[in-house]
Design a protein around this ligand. Structure first.
Ligand SMILES: *Cc1c(COP(=O)(O)O)cnc(C)c1O
Length: 413
């Protein structure tokens, strides 16, 4: 007599953002790429696609200025260079972020000062930023991690009271909203990434948004070696790099842009399905979303209570991997200040610049100051998320989590 296969032995292949199954790249991108090739103009200084992307994204956000550039890292570099800190000035930021948000601070001669995060969202908060502010604070960078916006009301109130510009790192948060406003329009500048794994992609690429014409001008110049294109007597006005996006990337981005609203809508719908399927699971917390926020789910991040779930996030990840679901316990493994670049101050030659200019308090990486970040990293389990998932994929992931938790409890010592 044959037995039906138990559901738990079937593995389902999930769409992946690293290849075509989990991307929205197709005929539209190919058609515009062909136009660029046929035109023979591959540089954005002469072409039309990057300019169209900049206009299109500005319209989507509902603000005046967007500059495209070569990566999310260069978008952040551009934003910081637009603010133009003095060497040794401080920029308050998050220890749970991509290194691409931190390296540009050091390249511009400024000191990243790390604020702790809310352990539920992994986002910086006004309450954790405030104790990091000093007479030398020149900007605040907030990261809307996983697509879930920071609590911008109190952060903006704090920043405005001290006249400190806020840079929003929206690399993971396309079309997310706080209090009705799209992220990237709330602070002085917004930075987006078009890297392979983000909501929309050109392989590599970035976007900088601002409503401030003076910041927009400096951003444009920084991306273009500070050459005053179109000026009566152009010059290289200040130290700057070539961070331009090419027309090839611009064409792909122009084709990707109209797909963004669908991508975000799908990710939100699928996340709602997931949250419902995990409701009531003991020891598992689904994403905490402020009612003022629209979370656009770059990833779906769980919190696993290791006191209740034997083996915690790492144990759960191991069992999910057996079912073909690759999740990331601890996300970035350790807070950014524990990386060698900060611990050993490896920057320019042996100079340790700009750390040599820092107040000692600005370099205080004492773990007691980062209880939220350590708690968050101990608990989080980052699930890959994708607009091309079907209801079947989501229910497969949810069922796998249920089964894995049961297995962990059964086999616990
Ligand atoms: C991806 C990312 C970046 C860097 O973007 P790149 O395009 O990879 O350079 C910066 N900040 C955050 C939060 C990111 O997720």
């Amino acid at each position: 007599m044959s037995h039906p296969q138990p559901a738990e032995t079937k593995t389902l292949r999930l769409p992946s953002d690293q290849e075509t199954s989990g991307r929205t790249l197709g005929e539209e991108e190919l058609a515009l790429l062909a136009q660029v090739i046929h035109s023979g103009t591959l540089t954005s200084t002469k072409g039309t696609f990057v300019k169209a992307l900049e206009r299109g994204f500005a319209e989507l956000l509902g603000l005046e200025h967007v500059s495209a550039c070569s990566s999310g890292t260069s978008a952040l570099h551009t934003a910081i260079a637009a603010i133009d800190p003095e060497p040794g000035d401080e920029i308050v930021t998050s220890p749970i972020t991509d290194m691409g948000a931190l390296a540009p601070i050091l390249y511009q001669g400024a000191i990243p000062v790390f604020a702790d995060v809310d352990p539920h969202t992994c986002n910086v908060m006004a309450a954790t930023i405030e104790p990091c502010l000093s007479a030398r604070t020149r900007a605040i960078v907030v990261t809307h991690l996983f697509g879930n916006p920071c609590d911008m009301g109190p952060i903006m109130a704090l920043a405005r009271a001290r006249n400190i510009p806020v840079i929003e790192d929206c690399a993971q948060a396309f079309l997310a909203r706080h209090d009705g406003a799209p992220v990237g329009t709330i602070g002085a500048l917004g930075c987006f990434s078009l890297q392979q794994g983000k909501h929309i992609t050109t392989g590599e690429g970035g976007l900088v948004s601002t409503g401030d014409p003076a910041l927009a001008r400096r951003a444009f110049l920084f991306i273009n070696k500070a050459w005053g294109y179109g000026d009566p007597q152009p010059d290289h006005y200040f130290l700057a790099l070539n961070c331009r996006m090419s027309e090839l990337q611009g064409a792909v981005a122009v084709a990707q842009l109209p797909k963004l609203e669908w991508i975000v809508r799908k990710r939100i719908e699928l996340a709602a399905q997931m949250t419902a399927a995990l409701a009531g699971l003991v020891g598992i917390e689904t994403p905490w979303v402020d009612p003022k926020n629209v979370h656009t789910y770059w990833k779906y991040c769980l919190r696993v209570d290791g006191g209740v779930v034997p083996g915690g996030a790492v144990g759960l990840a191991r069992l999910l991997a057996e079912r073909g679901i690759s999740s990331a316990p601890r996300y970035i493994q350790k807070p950014a200040f524990m990386c060698e670049v900060f611990q050993k101050q490896r920057t320019f030659g042996r100079s340790r610049f700009p750390f040599t200019l820092a107040r000692p308090e600005a370099l205080d990486y004492n773990h007691d100051r980062f209880r939220g970040a350590f708690e968050a990293l101990d608990r989080i389990l980052v699930l890959p998320w994708n607009e091309r998932y079907t209801e079947e994929h989501v229910s497969y992931i949810a069922t796998s989590i249920h089964q894995a938790l049961a297995q962990l409890r059964r086999t616990a010592p």
